[in-house]
Design a protein around this ligand. Sequence first.
Ligand code: GLN
Ligand code: ZN
Length: 768
Amino acid sequence: MKNHTLGYPRIGAKRELKKAIESYWAKNHAEEALDIIAKNIRKQNWEKQQQAGVDLIPVNDFSYYDQVLDLCVTVGAVPQRYQELIDSNFSELEVYFAMARGLQTENHDITAMEMTKWFDTNYHYIVPEFVQNQKFKLFSKKVINEYKEAIALGIDAKPVLISPASFLLLGKEKEKGFDKLDLLDNLLAVYKQIIGKLQNLGATYIQIDEPFLALNLSENEKLAIHKTHTFLRKEFPLINFITATYFDDVLENLELINTLPGAVLHIDVTRGDETQLGQILQSEFKNQSKILSLGLVDGRNIWKNDFTKSIAKINKAKEVLGADRVWIATSSSLLHVPVDLENEQKLDAELKSWLSFAAQKLDEVVLLSKLTTHPTHKDLLQFDENKQAIQERRESERIHKFKVKNRESFIKETDFNRVSAFKTRKELQKKALNLPLYPTTTIGSFPQTPEVRSWRAQYKKGSLSIQEYNQLLEKETRESIDFQEQVGLDVLVHGEFERNDMVEYFGEQLEGFAFTQFGWVQSYGTRCVKPPIIFGDVERLQPMTLEWTVFAQQLTNKYVKGMLTGPVTILQWSFVRDDQPRQTTCNQIALAIRDEVVDLERAGIKIIQIDEPAIREGLPLKRAQWNTYLNWAVNAFKLSASGVKDETQIHTHMCYSEFNDIIESIANMDADVITIECSRSQMELLDAFAAFKYPNEIGPGVYDIHSPRVPSVAEVVDLIEKAEKYIPQENIWINPDCGLKTRKWPETKKALEVMVNATQQIRNKVLA
Ligand code: GLN
Ligand code: ZN
């Protein structure tokens, strides 16, 4: 019985890699200096795992930006537009970063590759680009070099490669008239070269990640996967290939899996159908000689492993397969959890005793293998400690609040619905609000200048008192209101200057949330996020946004829109407790937001926005489960929004453009107004809204806030006119496509002026 991990976080415990790369980008570091830091991080990660007692240690899980991009350069899937850089002798690393981030210099102007979410995680990978008859070649020797590095350090190294089939499935065809899977033969030829080199260097185990095996597959996709593994086996009969799946169960593809050669099958037993393990053990798998690697230690969440449960699963597998055919592992790569709990100085001991970050998860993997082979006295003591921590968490009063549970369990059908249907509300709101045709507004935040950030830092350090800090924020809010009045916007916002992050701000004020100091997780490239931990029943003890909203409202006769983060987004961007259904936790958050909405209304706020940018990314990996998720997610939003009178206008905001799949659910959210991103796709997504006959009001973003570029009046007029083709006039709102937090004031002012002028032109045309 062996144990292994599928991958380890590469940013470093204190984000050392992030800092080094950004320093290199800023030209403060030479490439050689960056290389030394990277080598050191790899060494530390390997040695950490070696010391913990991990048997097989992943290599090539390190990356300067993204593992899929690494594979693109490894197999020479470098799009044609970067060839000019190769021709002008740019280094491999320079080409690599140009692919990740684009390159704009005097001599070059090349766009970056696209980025998208890695399955249902918050990690983003670079999307490979494919063209017809594309040839591949060994371009970067990264995996080979890293393998050499590891064995030179005496590491029991297991190179990790994304399977050629999954690599193709992750990418996009950049021309019409061919299927990316047609490229498989070409790609396999390069893999043969790579694996041949690894074998010559002494590799005996190679992990082939085939994450698509946990998804719905077409016949063609199944064929590609089958062909891949048969090929590898035929070419390399001496290598033990570990076929790794994760993030969901593999039941749908079990038949296919049982026809695949390979030495080891890795499954994620923390997710998906609970019966997965039992079904695999009863299947043909039992009669084969393959090893089953059990992904027991959760690579996606931060809770301590429940050893009692894990050991039961290990024993169950051993009973059927025999001890030699069972391995123990993390469920997925540990990339998606923070690095080390030991660094946390501010979490209390009780909470810490419930948690486990990447470093602790190594110990869990190793201890689980010891406990199911030859445990020492010390191992058994640790098992006792584990049992105790699990039990204490189960029973803790910090987690379980009768009042909250009770309220959640008594939610009634009517709590999800507004008093009247949208048609009636629309009339009442029209009378109550008296807004002009094409009302103009923004999405909430105004620029978070370095100054604003420095006030918060000083306040946190203690060098600004709360009074001083608030005065500065008041001044900033007042200026933002003045500006919005001046430029002539119809519905104003306070500007969100008091907020660090749209989830953290609420989490910090709610019971049941905890925050780490160093709980960073890579989101994309060098960008990391620090998700809050929802450990207990969620409760709002006092209003969270009332003061700032009312303060801003008192400064103006125009409406100030209340600004809240929705329950699904708060859930989605946190580490969520695993001891109750996500739906229950989401409802608890929804009730807290609902109370805030009602308080805002009571204080005289007539328009309230509840942002739900993350609702789409919560979609389960398998389509069959979409409806269940969408039902409870939409209901949670409605629960948060429905405590108010018909006259109060509820807005929501989403910032992505793939609505087609879920448009019906978006309509079911029944927000009076939705503001959405769509300036980049030139209103294309409105097709979805038009085809569906979206009933409520819509603000299709009329300019892209992701770029500092100021649009012209003519461009914005053009976009509004396009929108008019899809949406009835009386339903259109005019706004930018997302919050303005990341922009600077000068461009923000100019762009909003343009937006208001364009709206005026359109209004004049209508009146004429
Ligand atoms: N109200 C938020 C803001 O303007 C919305 C952010 C978002 O859509 N992600 O910043
Ligand atoms: Zn947005």
